[in-house]
Design a protein around this ligand. Structure first.
Ligand code: SF4
Length: 64
């Protein structure tokens, strides 16, 4: 799977990075970037948790 963060929606709160630091990192422009691509299946649950907790609904899973 791949994960996308919409930079127009993301407000850089850092919740996703705190939940899944192997997947998300706050970039220089103060929105989260995805640092793993593709993302191994073992991270699916933690990605889904980050999606559920993102206050801006900015994270999307793209299935392979
Ligand atoms: Fe952006 Fe959502 Fe991550 Fe917050 S949780 S930094 S709004 S993608």
């Amino acid at each position: 799977m791949r994960v996308l963060v919409d930079p127009d929606l993301c407000m850089g709160c850092g919740v996703c990075e705190s939940i899944a630091p192997d997947i998300f990192e706050l970039g220089d422009e103060l929105h989260a970037i995805v640092i793993l691509d593709p993302i191994p299946e073992k991270f699916r649950l933690v990605v889904e948790e980050a999606i559920a907790e993102c206050p801006e609904v900015a994270i999307t899973i793209i299935e392979d």
